[in-house]
Design a protein around this ligand. Structure first.
Ligand code: UDP
Ligand code: LCN
Length: 823
């Protein structure tokens, strides 16, 4: 196993160890490789490779010897292989973020290392030989601009960018020859802090590190002589004379702490102090958050097409950020009002929601609003909802219009802009570049990994999904972002077996369009895992008796148990003594509600021990314009029929009242039931943490974010959506165990809650994001030249590639009703 461990190091070379490994199993491997190439040119995945290994080595013991050897390790780490007889090219991923490419000759089993470009070209030959052989095919290489950026080295550091950066920066600030290079930028950065042109922290006189250090010494001595609770106003004038402006703190005690932490940063910096310093100084007052597609509103929108967790996330995020900003501003001794604007699309045909209203205050905040800006084309204002896959032609104009409005409403530039999803990230990117402000992006889910071979087969997908636009936009924005907020590790770098969503943009190809040899580096310190929470005033444990919203109970009783079928529910529950397994999601293919229905339908034991209740979508397929929803809807009806589920299953249409939904989770907990999230893939899964917050034992997909949220068997259970029988039996086992051990259910419920309190709350989130706002703004200035060079490259790609691709997306004709004839 030393050899295997050897491979875990980034500098290990599979090309070096593979020949010997092949030699050791030469007999089997000769046969195996001839099978690989036997079917001609083709793309293979891990399961195809394993199938061939099984076919060649009948004897199980012998096969296991091979699979447990170094060779087995290499084969099992293979993500993809391309056979072009007589060669097989392998893309091997020994660990998250680490890739190696080799080419093996199936005749003599010789091995050659190849680079990204050669691998991608080999892969392209499967679908487009002419392009693969074109010497001048367009190649994108973002890595070419990253040579002087510090990068992390270990898979385990991925996603801890801010911590890494503060180590790196404080290392540089230390009394070495570089200190001058960094101390001055820090002073310049502090000089740049302002609120609507009013200077904060420093005025022009303290413009060098040595002047600043002297003034800090004076200030500290002076502050020591004051009672701790002396208000800042009492010594404001004295401070001004020394060159300080407000923002240091509200009392002598706080000011002293801030002064000290800056002194320490300048004298003997360490990462802890640097991070503390960034929590102290006033950097962020105005934030713009872009979330464009779908119906963005505060009521009656959830469950509508393309409208799900992202809306919940952003509204909770705004509340958390505003609270944190209010608290910080007060502690900084300042009095301005923080302002957050969520910028989305105005949809004139608002379907009974407020999505046609331009400005709407955000409930639960004091100063934050939703700003809606319409999609405008040459033909006028677009009236109807459009799928997130079709929004590209409108984004540029949308951003221009939005920027004008934002500057007007905020009476100046925002300090930070945060994008959400491909469209919001692109708008945020365009605006941030224009205004020169710090850019953060959030993906929620990158589509690329959701569809098998979505890059190589982009031409097949493009008419329906416009992936050429989406992947281009995503690659552009992730490269332009100053920092990237992710909910989980897997979003960046996946797991041992599966590449991360961002990682899948490292090296990919859209034959006929461009080939990306270095799209993103997951070791870049811009990546940060900052997980969201669930609103704990809405999703609280079922055991909090006095808080329970009992007024909803009659309605929930009706929803779950009445025998009538109507617009809101179909099917019914015959035996109400059984626990309920519950699921709630949009009626999207990946959410796999139909999968759960199928598992339930075909598992007799499960059907005899529990009832199934799902909240999803609508019943009448003519109610949706969304292609996927319509297909899922039909499938649900078919399954209910096929398995004769009425009597054991209740299907409830989308539920929009989150307070009532919170109570619904708790009522399910009252039945000693469970929540099941069966998605084929889930980026994060807010319903998972909502259920856990309510104390409802949760089974969630092991494909994606939930695999990190839940510790299997402790804080819930992980299920494999691709193995329905195994998953439904796991649920059966749980309920059997509960029957034998009365405490088992409570233990899992409590395990879920403690997991939440430890890692998934909005307070933790807001604190981290605001610190990053300050830190990455500084970092941006530190590597300004390099950033500018990369921006020029990105801008060129936007102009030459993206804009043309966006033109290929059809724009609906009928937009504005013809103007009424004038009298
Ligand atoms: N939701 C809801 N009613 C529904 C379906 C979903 O209120 O009929 C809410 C759910 O409580 C959660 C969000 O929508 O807050 C869905 O977020 P999740 O991350 O689970 O999935 P997404 O829809 O974002 O992919
Ligand atoms: C979108 C998704 O698909 C979910 O997995 C997330 O939980 C949600 O956004 C919020 O980030």
């Amino acid at each position: 196993t030393t050899a295997v461990q050897g491979l875990k190091r980034s500098d290990s070379s599979i090309a070096d160890s593979m020949p010997e490994a092949l030699r050791q199993s030469r007999y089997h491997m000769k046969r195996c490789f001839s099978r690989f190439v036997g079917k001609g040119k083709r793309l293979m995945k891990l399961n195809d490779i394993m199938d061939e290994v099984h076919e060649t080595i009948d004897d199980e013991t012998e096969r296991n010897v091979v699979l447990e050897s170094l060779l087995g390790y290499i084969l099992c780490s293979t993500q993809e292989a391309v056979s072009i007889p007589p060669h097989v090219a392998f893309a091997i991923r020994p660990n998250p973020g680490f890739w190696e490419f080799v080419k093996v000759n199936s005749d003599d089993l010789s091995v050659d290392p190849i680079n990204e470009k050669e691998y991608l070209r080999t892969k392209e030959t499967v679908s487009d030989e002419a392009w693969a052989n074109d010497e001048n095919a367009l190649e994108l290489d973002f890595g070419a601009y990253d040579h002087s950026i510090p990068h992390m080295r270990l898979s385990s550091s991925i996603g801890k960018g801010a911590a890494f950066l503060s180590k790196f920066i404080s290392g540089k600030l230390k009394g070495n020859s570089l200190s001058v290079d960094l101390a001055q930028p820090l002073v310049d950065y502090l000089q740049s802090l302002n609120y609507q042109q009013d200077k904060l922290i420093l005025n022009e006189t303290l413009n060098t590190a040595s002047k600043l250090q002297q003034a800090l010494v004076l200030a500290e001595v002076f502050l020591t002589s004051l009672p701790n609770d002396t208000p800042y106003q009492n010594f404001e004038l004295r401070f001004k004379e020394w060159g300080f402006e407000k923002g240091w703190g509200d009392t002598a005690e706080r000011v002293k702490e801030t002064v000290k932490s800056l002194s320490e940063v300048l004298q003997a910096p360490d990462p802890v102090n640097l991070e503390k310093f960034f929590t102290r100084i006033p950097t962020t007052f105005n934030i713009v958050i872009f979330s464009i597609h779908g119906y963005f509103g505060q009521a009656d929108v959830l469950g509508m097409p393309d409208t799900g967790g992202q809306v919940v996330y952003i509204l909770d995020q705004v509340r958390a950020l505003e609270n944190e900003m209010l608290m910080r501003i007060k502690q900084q001794g300042l009095s301005m009002k923080p302002h957050i604007l969520v910028v989305t699309r105005l949809i004139p045909d608002a379907q009974g929601t407020k999505c046609g209203q331009e400005l709407e205050p955000i409930i639960g905040t004091r100063h934050s609003n939703i700003l809606r800006v319409p999609f405008v084309t040459e033909n006028g204002v677009l009236q109807q909802w459009v799928s997130r896959f079709d929004v590209y032609p409108y984004l540029e104009k949308f951003t221009q219009d939005a920027t004008t409005k934002i500057l007007e409403i905020m009476e100046g530039k925002p300090d930070l802009v945060i994008g959400n999803y491909t469209d919001g990230n692109l708008a945020a990117c365009l605006m941030a570049r224009k205004l020169g402000i710090t850019l953060a992006t959030i993906a929620h889910a990158l589509e690329k990994t959701k569809y098998l071979d979505s890059d190589l087969k982009w031409k097949e997908f493009d008419p329906k999904y416009h992936f050429s636009c989406q992947f281009t936009a995503d690659t552009i924005t992730m490269n332009e972002a100053d920092f990237i907020i992710t909910s989980t590790y897997q979003e960046i770098a996946g797991s041992k077996d599966r590449p991360g969503q961002y990682e899948s943009h490292t090296c990919f190809t859209l034959p006929g369009l461009y080939r990306v040899v270095s799209g993103i580096n997951v070791f870049d310190p811009k990546f940060n895992i900052v997980s969201p929470g669930a609103d704990q005033s809405v999703y609280f444990p079922y055991t909090d008796k006095e808080k329970r919203l009992t007024s909803f109970h009659p309605a929930i009783e009706e929803l779950l148990y009445s025998k009538v079928e109507n617009d809101e529910h179909i099917g019914y529950l015959e035996d109400r003594n059984k626990p309920i397994i519950f699921s709630m999601a949009r009626l999207d293919t990946v959410k796999n509600i139909s999968g759960l229905t199928e598992w339930f339908g075909s598992n007799k034991k499960l059907r005899s021990s529990v009832n199934l209740v799902v909240v999803a979508g609508f019943f009448d397929p003519s109610k949706s314009k969304d292609r996927e929803e319509i297909a899922e809807d039909k499938k649900m009806h078919m399954l209910i029929e096929k398995h004769q589920l009425k009597g054991q299953m209740r299907w409830i249409a989308a539920q929009n009242d989150r307070h009532r939904n919170g109570e619904l989770y708790r009522c399910i907990a009252d039945t000693r039931g469970a929540f099941v999230q069966p998605a084929l893939y889930e980026a994060f899964g807010l319903t998972v943490i909502e259920a856990m917050n309510c104390g409802l034992p949760t089974f969630a997909t092991n494909q994606g974010g939930p695999a990190e949220i839940i510790v299997d068997g402790v804080s819930g259970f992980l299920i494999d959506p691709n193995h329905g029988d195994e998953s439904s039996n796991k649920i059966v086992d749980f309920f059997e165990k509960c029957k034998q051990d009365a405490d088992y259910w409570d233990r899992i419920s409590a395990g879920g809650l403690s997991r939440i309190y430890e890692c998934y709350t909005w307070t933790i989130y807001a604190n981290k994001v605001l610190n990053m706002g300050g830190m990455y703004t500084f970092w941006r200035q530190l590597h300004k030249e390099q950033k500018q060079a990369k921006q020029r490259y990105i801008q060129m790609l936007y102009n030459l590639l993206f804009r043309n691709l966006a033109k290929t997306v059809p724009v609906p004709k009928l937009e504005v009703p013809p103007p009424a004839p004038t009298a």
